[in-house]
Design a binder for this molecule. Structure first.
Ligand SMILES: [Zn+2]
Length: 285
């Protein structure tokens, strides 16, 4: 046998490995951009809670105290969402802002109210199936009922995935009962909101002015820095910070745009992205 590989085989081999590589880099990456629940995602949420140094409330008395001190706020339904069977309607201010803003857009898109089925759950009232590391006792998380209508369900999925892609939340789709579990990361979410005032993407957050007390210091600080940062953004475009494992195709999909448009908007000659790099994402229109 000649030691040299057959040229045809060689070619096949090379194009095969190219195809494999392409498939790997185009695959939806990290669990951060999936709604599948996993021990890893539970760990991530728990770690975020520890990083934020939030209190895990064990008793109703502890919840009351935090509410009086203003570290927890009451979540009450409005025309955009209702609370169903929520025993402890308290959450962190950033989580309330998240619910209010998401619900406003949800109702605008679906024509129905969003339904919140759980807010804070004191640690001592842990549900049978809840994980030891649940972040519900912190007020960081809410549960949202899964809508029956496909249109609303898809909108909610897309919205949660998009916010998860921004690193502002972690959401998982749960079965018993069917709901979305969403952990809202206070610092990251405040930054996200600050960076998207007046932006035009799927979950562009309008500053409604009624949430003055939410996310206080963080939000104000992040807002001034984000303003200078986004001054160069074209109208109707939004900024996205590239995270580890991202690629143009997943980013485009998440924002309902195309790889080509993102490359054009940013003058990208190559498809290679660096984590931390900021991209301008053109909107659909
Ligand atoms: Zn939950």
């Amino acid at each position: 046998m000649p030691s040299r590989a057959h040229p045809h085989f060689n070619w096949m081999h090379r194009s095969l490995s190219f195809l494999l590589l392409a498939a790997v880099s185009a695959a939806p990456v990290a669990a951060q951009t999936s709604l599948r629940g996993s021990p890893k995602s539970v760990d991530r949420m728990h770690r975020q809670a520890l990083n934020h140094d939030v209190t895990f409330h064990r008793t109703p008395a502890s919840v009351n105290k935090a509410h009086k001190a203003g570290t927890l706020v009451r979540l009450s339904g409005n025309r955009d969402f209702q609370m169903v069977h929520v025993n402890y309607p308290y959450v962190l201010p950033s989580t309330r802002t998240f619910v209010q803003r998401l619900a406003e857009q949800y109702r605008a898109q679906c024509g129905q109210q969003m339904v919140v089925t759980s807010g804070l759950r004191p640690g001592s009232f842990r549900l049978m199936n809840a994980h030891e590391k649940s972040v519900h006792p912190t007020g960081m998380a809410v549960d949202l009922r899964k809508p029956r209508q496909a249109k609303c369900l898809n909108w909610l999925r897309k919205g949660l995935l998009s916010l998860e892609g921004e690193g502002a939340i972690e959401a998982t789709e749960e079965r018993n009962p069917p709901h979305f579990h969403v952990a809202v990361y206070p610092r990251q979410y405040a930054r996200y909101v600050a960076g998207h005032r007046g932006g035009g993407e799927v979950l562009a957050q309008r500053d409604s002015g009624e949430n003055g007390d939410s996310g206080k210091g963080d939000s104000a600080k992040a807002s001034s820095s984000a303003k200078s940062k986004s001054s160069g953004t074209a109208k109707g475009a939004t900024r996205y910070r590239v995270r580890k494992g991202d690629n143009l195709s997943t980013i485009a999909k998440r924002h309902g745009t195309t790889v080509r448009r993102i490359r054009q908007a940013n003058g990208l000659k190559s498809a290679r992205l660096q984590p931390g790099q900021t991209l301008e994402i053109p909107t659909k229109r």
